[in-house]
Design a binder for this molecule. Structure first.
Ligand code: SF4
Length: 429
């Protein structure tokens, strides 16, 4: 990486706010030899432009030896952020790739079939005559060969170890504050009727109560996982051996393949005497019920899915409060991470913060919490009845639920859900 290129690679025609200072600080942080630079940039500061500037410093194929990593990845947990990148003219040299389910097959009669359920996924040995025109495989080939590739964090993690998306010189993770939660979510192996297609074919023990005299709950879980994995392999082999599958069977086969690999990863680590991972098992309802198996330190999971995928990293976020806590959560040593704070240009006096937390917003608690937030907003609006206001929701789903809340809608008929507005690019008209 050549950090000195970062200011010149800034894609907008001019800087606004604190952007000029930010690119200079980021350049200096990389130039000082830091492998990871954490950029704390407020909402509206143009993080995606900073991301593109950093990516432009990655080695190009012409500059590096054939064995060296070149080019850059842009990745983010937020699908809407990838949509914005794709729509942004200033970022048109980023090649976006999405998961197969986002593309439709283009074979005659299959135009409504997503690529992951298409004939090439359903039929054994299917040789697609128009694969070169297939939207998914074309986008994948373009992103793989392009200097800059953009994808969701889910896709990025899934492609760890792939020959198509190999290590690159620079990786930018936008909205990086949720990285630890993503690691935990991905590292947790959920054995439940919803996630295990062969659930009814195995007897699920009470792993704490049924442990043998020399065993604990983890050992008993490992024995159960061995059986489950064998059953899953047989079911998968049966499907793979058939000449053609329907869409449901394809979904079942793909989930079985994922499950077999997740269970295999756990068993391999559990049996490895050198392994440093401590596993925890959670089965609150006992025999016959779901079991969650998770590593005590999910940050390790990020090593091969993220940290091995690039030479240098920029982690961008508006909401990382503590560098130390963030680094611990994602398996980085704070001493090896530089922090660049991008100045907020909006006066502090004009942006007081009031903590009015109403509850958890994780998916399972949302039904309970959203109506409380809606009621709070109604009270606030009544208090400020002659003013306008803006509510920044974390997702379209939350925005839809808030605007759809009957009590709130009745009390405030002018309450509308707006569209996401891209950050303005230039300082003056
Ligand atoms: S490779 Fe061919 S069969 Fe498979 S999704 Fe693409 S167009 Fe359809």
């Amino acid at each position: 990486m050549d950090p000195s290129r970062i200011p010149d690679e800034f894609p907008a025609p001019s800087f606004r706010g604190a952007q000029k200072q930010a690119v200079a600080d980021i350049r200096d942080a990389f130039a000082a030899g830091n492998r990871v630079v954490l950029v704390r940039a407020p909402t509206g500061s143009g993080k995606s432009l900073l991301a593109r500037a950093i990516m432009g410093a990655a080695e190009t194929a012409g500059e590096a030896a054939p064995s060296e990593a070149t080019g850059a990845y842009y990745t983010t947990p937020q699908v809407s952020q990838i949509d914005d990148v794709e729509a942004d003219d200033l970022l048109d040299d980023l090649a976006v790739i999405r998961g197969k389910s986002n593309y439709d097959c283009v074979l005659p009669g299959e135009h409504d079939t997503p690529v992951n359920r298409a004939p090439c996924a359903r039929q054994q040995g299917f040789d697609c005559s128009i694969r070169h025109r297939c939207p998914y495989f074309s986008d994948r080939a373009i992103a793989s060969g392009n200097r800059f590739a953009a994808m969701t964090l889910a896709y990025f993690m899934r492609t760890a170890g792939s020959e198509v998306f190999r290590k690159r010189d620079a990786v930018v993770i936008d909205e990086a504050h949720g990285l630890a939660e993503w690691a935990e979510m991905y590292a947790t192996i959920e054995c439940s009727p919803e996630r295990v297609p062969v659930w009814d074919d195995v007897g699920v023990p009470d792993v704490a109560a049924d442990a043998g005299s020399e065993e604990d709950a983890l050992d008993r879980t490992a024995r159960f996982v061995e059986t489950l994995r064998d059953v899953a392999i047989r079911a998968k082999d049966d499907l793979v051996g058939r000449p053609e599958l329907d869409r449901e069977e394809v979904a079942r086969r793909d989930r079985l393949q994922e499950l077999i690999s997740e269970l295999g990863w756990f068993l391999e680590d559990y049996r490895d005497p050198q392994s440093q991972t401590s596993w925890v098992v959670d089965q609150p309802s006992g025999e016959g019920s779901a079991i969650d198996i998770k590593p005590l330190d999910p940050a390790r999971y990020l090593r091969h899915t993220v940290w091995d995928r690039g030479n240098r990293f920029a982690l961008l976020s508006a909401t990382i409060l503590s560098k130390e806590a963030f680094c611990r959560g994602v398996g980085l040593d704070p001493a090896d991470v530089a922090l660049v704070d991008v100045e907020h240009t909006f006066p502090l006096a004009n942006r007081p913060l009031y903590d009015v937390t109403q509850g958890s917003m994780t998916y399972e608690h949302r039904d309970e919490t959203v109506p409380k937030i809606a009621r709070l907003i109604v009270r606030l609006m009544a208090e400020h009845s002659d003013e306008k206001g803006l509510i920044h929701a974390h997702s379209y789903d939350i925005a839809d639920r808030l605007t759809g809340d009957t009590t709130a809608r009745t009390a405030t008929p002018n309450w509308r859900r707006g569209r996401r507005v891209p950050t303005p690019r230039c300082s003056s008209p």
